[in-house]
Each structure stands twice: as C-alpha cells, then as structure tokens.
Design a protein around this ligand. Structure first.
Ligand code: HEC
Length: 144
C-alpha cells in the first residue's frame, strides 16, 4: 500500500475518533444535576445583580474580593434578622442599602438557596502536630 495513502487513512481514523469523542462529550448531560431556584430566590438574585453585590462578594469563589465569600453565609450567620439588619445598615466599606422588606426577604431567600447547593470551599484543612496538612472534603468529589 502506498505510504501517503496509509497516513491518510490513519489521519481520517484519528479525525473521526476525535469527532466521535466530541459528540459524546458535548451531548452528554451533566453529572452535577440541575440547580433550580424558587421564584422568590430568583427575585432575590435580581436584587443581588442589580446592586452589584458581586463586585465585592463572591459566590463559589467568583466575584470581587473586597468583602467575604457569601456562598455559605446563610448557615454561617444563622440569623436572618441579623443579615437583613446588616445589609440595610452597612459595615465599614460596605455601603448601606435601603431595601424594602420584600427585597430583603427575597435576597435572604437567594442566599439561603445558594447555601443549600453545596459548600465553598469544599474542604477543611486539618494541620497535624508534625506539620502535615490533611484536606477533609465536606462533600465527596465527583472526580477522584
Ligand atoms: C463596596 C463593596 C461591597 C458591596 C457592593 C457589598 N458589600 Fe457586603 N460587605 C463588604 C465588605 C467589605 C464586608 C465585610 C465588612 C466587615 O465586616 O469588615 C461586607 C459584609 C457583608 C456581609 C456580612 C459578612 C460577614 O460575615 O461579616 C453580608 C451578609 C453582605 N456583605 C451582603 C451584601 C449584599 C447582599 C450586598 C448587595 C446588596 C453587598 N453585601 C454589597 C463590601 C460590599
């Protein structure tokens, strides 16, 4: 068989494998499941977006870094009244917002439902006496 014809066949075989691989990857449904927010939380997300909370705060580590990550803020503070009061009075460089009761309730619902989607960071570092650091995952990883 002609050498360049053989190379051509190999190339065609590799390209079709590549095409098949891509078709499988891009048509497979995600392992992580769908996260759907309630109507109230979606309204809260609008308040979050329209007031640029994300410019200073992060959800799952993404956002601005002036303020803390708020992914698990709801369970960390564990006090809705405190959260609402805090948001409407401001702290240090965080501006004071003048949200209505509905806006505050929606916003808190958004933070609550975001909190229920998982942990960020998903690990805790446990430092041993001899200096070794063990990472403990809060929820099991999908990829090992
Ligand atoms: C200009 C930047 C900025 C914006 C915009 C901002 N924040 Fe903050 N926020 C901060 C900073 C900085 C802190 C930490 C203050 C401190 O305790 O030192 C904070 C703290 C918080 C806390 C308490 C965190 C804690 O554990 O002490 C919550 C809750 C919060 N912000 C929610 C919001 C929400 C909701 C919005 C949008 C409506 C928002 N922030 C917009 C800067 C901002």
């Amino acid at each position: 068989m002609n050498m360049s014809f053989r190379y051509g066949l190999i190339l065609v075989a590799l390209l079709s494998l590549f095409a098949l691989y891509n078709a499988i990857i891009y048509s497979s449904t995600s392992d992580y499941g769908k996260v759907s927010l309630s109507e109230k939380a979606l309204n809260g997300e609008q308040v979050w977006l329209q007031n640029n909370c994300n410019a200073c705060h992060q959800l799952y580590g993404l956002g601005g870094y002036l303020g803390p990550d708020l992914t698990n803020e709801y369970t960390r503070i564990n006090n809705e009244a405190y959260l609402k009061a805090m948001i409407n009075s401001g702290v240090k460089v965080m501006p004071k917002f003048n949200f209505s009761t509905t806006q505050l309730n929606d916003l808190i619902q958004f933070l609550k439902e975001v909190d229920q989607t998982g942990y960020y960071p998903n690990m805790e570092a446990v430092t041993r006496a001899y200096g070794w650091v063990n990472l403990k995952y809060k929820t099991p990883l999908h990829e090992k």
